[in-house]
Design a protein around this ligand. Structure first.
Ligand code: HEM
Length: 532
């Protein structure tokens, strides 16, 4: 009521004879308008006219942006929803949104379709050749990869995804040493231990339950142990590190606002703590290697490589490469922790559900495992892992069939000629669709069929260029071999240790974007498997 009295006071410059709306901003406008001799009705009329004009202009703008050289329009919604575009649908039902974009793209060749988001043009590209072409641009004046809106806040500005040019090339060259046969074999022993430890816990709860969080815990613990395990030797630091790592991954699922108390804020604080721990770990790893000791984790392998690179630069009278400082090593390790999380967790969940849905495939996996591992409790070595041809086929096929990272978004910083008929306008957010590309070329592509990856059909070789699960070009996934090993190890251990069943619901065949792709539900019951 006080507000009403105030607006009725002519000395307060208020709206004489005009009722307050109850909306503070509108009341102010009405007040201003009245003092200028404009009535509330006229103001509302102006506001509606301005909104209408904007909406009309937006329609025209998108019509222009969609126009191809042959006069046709890029397929997509007939009209854009003013201001928001496809936002509501994208948030409420992302699966249907992206499926519709892909379906719309199927009418052009190469396949592409448009939509809008907050007045910005987005372009979904489904053609595999074009997807590769776009992912390979990586040029700040033309097109660069973009991450989640909170990525810079959570991961820091030095994230690999924001890098390009010689510095990016040099650091990626250095990473090769992290995934040699010897390094992967060292990680195998660590992965085996973490998987078995978590499986033992899961088996204590035989009831049907959603497995996503359990799998995420296991994968997160694996990354921690493999990347920096020996340096998380203080239990308090380890516990806080794990909590901070969780906070970081949770930050990506939250609304992208970084204010005290928000998930993004906690994620940023988590990163700052992790960064400090990783700097100490990098320094300790260098001391460990300098003392002539063998590498025990990924950080050790990298410390070894960085020390070699520093020595080489010194010999040539050059400054050490920028990525070899303790600071930059810690930064990159944060990227590894993040990159190894979501996609791997999603694929591990797919592994459980697809095997439950395809008992014939699981039986063949078990047959191979029993042949190669007469003692299922013995630790799996890198050598045995390399012999699991069929289990590896299954993993490759599940990665093709359900690519967890469905697209790698790019921002067009200049007009980009996509085809003879169409140039992508500057400022467009471009989505090369990995899961559309993965379905091209492969016969009966929508069928889960691990035999296609076998020595007879060799579809993984024949259609390798369409298999884009791990991306393409300068940012191609550096952890691919490690990620595949993690899945092969998991499947080999779980197949001999457990029987499992999936409880199906009417939604079980749908998918969820979180934002990596998961089965809509993964209600699984695991029980110990009787020794065979
Ligand atoms: C199933 C699991 C995984 C999938 C499907 C996956 C997929 C991808 C994709 C699509 C990209 C972007 C590629 C591009 O832009 O062309 C990427 C980048 C990356 N991945 Fe993976 N990834 C997985 C697991 C991992 C793991 C376990 C690690 C770490 C050991 C890892 C480390 C990275 C890094 C560091 C990058 C950024 C590379 C750069 O920007 O230069 N990924 N990954």
């Amino acid at each position: 009521m006080a507000a009403l009295n105030e607006t009725a006071d002519p000395l307060a410059g208020g709206a004489v004879g005009v009722a307050a709306t109850g909306v503070p901003l509108l009341d102010t406008l009405v007040g201003l308008g009245s003092s200028a001799g404009v009535s509330a009705g006229s103001l509302l009329l102006y506001a509606s006219a301005a909104t209408g004009a904007y909406a009309l202009w937006e329609q025209l703008r998108f019509r222009m942006a969609r126009r191809r050289k042959d006069g046709k329009l890029v397929p997509g919604p007939e009209r854009v929803t003013p201001f928001l575009g496809g936002l509501i649908e994208m948030v409420m039902d992302p699966y249907s949104f992206w499926e519709r974009q892909k379906d719309a793209a199927n009418v052009t060749s190469p396949g592409y379709s448009y939509n809008s988001l907050f007045g910005k043009m987005i372009l979904t590209v489904t053609d595999a050749d074009k997807c590769r072409e776009l992912m390979a641009v990586n040029d700040p004046s033309r097109m660069l990869m973009v991450l989640h809106p909170s990525a810079k806040t959570i991961l820091g500005a030095n994230n690999l995804a924001f890098m390009h040019g010689p510095e990016h090339k040099a650091i990626r060259k250095s990473f090769v040493s992290l995934f040699t046969r010897k390094a992967l074999s060292t990680y195998t022993q660590l992965q085996d231990g973490v998987i078995r430890r978590h499986l033992a816990e899961w088996l204590k709860k035989p009831e049907f339950r959603e497995m996503r969080d359990d799998v995420r815990d296991m994968n997160q613990a694996t990354s921690q142990d493999v990347f920096v395990g020996p340096y998380l030797d203080d239990p308090q630091v380890r516990a806080k590190f794990s909590r901070s790592y969780y906070a970081m991954t949770d930050g990506f699922l939250a609304f992208p606002i970084c204010l005290p108390g928000t998930a993004v804020w906690r994620a940023r604080k988590g990163r700052m703590y992790i960064f400090e721990v990783l700097k100490v770990a990098a320094a300790r790893a260098r001391e460990h290697i300098k003392a002539g000791s063998e590498p025990r984790c990924l950080m050790d392998f990298w410390a070894q490589k960085c020390l070699e690179e520093i020595a080489e630069a010194e010999e040539q009278g050059l400054p050490p490469p920028s990525h070899t400082t303790v600071h930059r090593m810690a930064d990159a390790m944060i990227d590894f922790l993040f990159a190894s999380q979501d996609a791997s967790t999603a694929s591990l969940v797919w592994c459980l559900t697809l095997m439950a849905d395809h008992p014939d495939v699981l039986a063949k996996v078990r047959e191979e495992q029993q042949r190669l591992r007469p003692d299922p409790k013995a630790k799996i070595t890198g050598e045995v892992l390399g012999e699991m041809a069929y289990t590896r086929q299954v993993v490759k096929e599940l990665l093709r069939y359900r690519a967890p990272a469905p697209m790698v978004p790019q921002m067009a910083y200049a007009a980009y000629p996509l085809s003879e008929e169409y140039s992508i306008p500057k400022g467009t957010l471009v989505f090369p669709s990995i899961n559309a590309a993965n379905m091209q070329g492969f016969p009966d592509a929508h069928k889960f069929d691990p035999d296609r990856m076998g020595p007879e059909r060799k579809e993984d070789v024949h259609h390798a260029k369409n298999f884009l699960t791990f991306g393409y070009g300068a940012h191609y996934c550096v952890g691919k071999e490690y990620a595949i090993n993690q899945l092969v190890l998991f499947l080999s251990i779980v197949s001999l240790e457990c029987e499992w069943e999936r409880q199906r619901t009417p939604n079980s065949d749908l998918m969820k974007y979180l934002p990596t792709i998961y089965p809509h539900d993964a209600l699984v019951s695991l029980r110990p498997r009787a020794a065979q």
